[in-house]
Design a protein around this ligand. Structure first.
Ligand code: R5P
Length: 321
């Protein structure tokens, strides 16, 4: 049986606990200590429990707010390797910087590629959930390590089917049509797709065609990420103008930057659900859809694959926005 030590970065204790719970009986799993001390001058000291001989070290860290987390994460990974871990893996339920996937303006950094190079230099493998794959179609394009991409669509669909009466699924934009159709098929619901134009961080316009075809259904807006909340808010505004039934919002990654939650609620969302990929404390009034068992399956696959040659076992859900 593989010996796996999960090391949660600060804030990821609950996520590591749910992965460990799902691994019990399938692997020899334990939780290792990983502490991060900030010196008054802003530098960081990382300390890890040494991995037992022959064990696989797995750092658990959701990469929302990535800049503060990345230096401790890389220091922990390098230290675990120095201390003899057989392999060093990363479970990043939310993977940062994937939306900056091209040089939109002259001189801009292509963050997805640079960040991918940075993490790839320190880890043997990566498990993540629905990274933002739009112009990048496969993580292997920007990550030179073995990776497993997990999809939240089945969990989201199960939640919708159980919690929402007569749903109609509304996808966030054209690029997500295939993904939205998948969630809808799993939930046994019809699907519509938003026409979206983004003119700035907080300036989003949306229209939803054919809503009148489903007057007796509850609109369920889905998206991969809620960051500023403006994408959902624009679609909610449009629903309100159409006198639709009170809508529900369901997303994979609830980043909820600054006032996002207030903005979404003010725009008319009656219920909001996100998966637990983001490690911020549970937000009051937001339903959580657990994915710990899926992450555990990904860890087992990566550990079983065993070697550290660059390879990707990514399966993409289609072209994502
Ligand atoms: C866009 O392509 C994504 O799928 C999301 O719709 C977007 O990132 C959400 O961002 P925000 O909440 O800031 O509108």
């Amino acid at each position: 049986m593989s010996r796996i030590v999960l090391y949660p970065l600060p804030g990821a204790t609950a996520q590591a606990g749910s992965i460990a719970e799902a691994l019990r009986g399938r692997a020899d799993v334990s939780i290792g200590g990983c502490t991060v001390h900030r010196f008054p001058d802003g530098e960081t000291m990382v300390r890890v429990d040494p991995p037992p001989p022959g064990s696989q070290a797995v750092l658990v860290c959701s990469l929302n707010g990535p800049d503060a987390k990345t230096v401790p994460l890389l220091m922990a990974a390098a230290t675990l390797r120095e201390l003899g871990a057989l392999q060093v893996g990363l479970v990043a339920p939310y993977l940062a910087y994937m939306r900056q996937d091209k040089r939109f303006e002259p001189g801009q950094a292509v963050s997805a590629r640079i960040y991918g190079q940075l993490l790839s230099a320190h880890f043997d493998w990566l498990v993540t959930v629905d990274p933002h794959l739009h112009r990048i179609h496969d993580l292997a394009e920007v990550y030179a390590l073995r990776s497993r991409v997990l999809h939240a669509a089945p969990r989201m669909a199960a939640w919708i089917a159980a919690e929402v009466e007569k749903p109609v699924i509304i996808g966030p934009d054209g690029e997500s049509a295939q993904w939205a159709a998948d969630v809808a098929a799993r939930a046994g619901a019809p699907v519509l797709v938003v026409r979206k134009t983004r003119n700035g961080d907080e300036d989003v316009r949306s229209t939803i065609p054919d809503l009148h075809l489903h007057p007796d259904r509850t609109p369920v807006l889905i998206d991969d990420i809620v960051s500023s909340g403006r994408t959902l808010a624009a679609a909610l505004d449009h629903l309100r103008a159409q006198h639709a039934r009170p809508p529900v919002c369901v997303a994979v990654h609830g980043l909820f930057a600054v006032d996002a939650l207030d903005v979404i609620r003010a725009a008319g969302a009656t219920r909001i659900a996100v998966t637990d990929t983001v490690d911020s404390a549970a937000v009051a009034g937001v339903d959580r859809i657990p994915v710990g068992a899926d992450l555990a399956g990904g860890v087992l696959d990566m550990v079983a694959a065993g070697c550290s040659r660059p390879d990707s076992s990514t399966s993409t859900p289609g072209d994502r926005p």
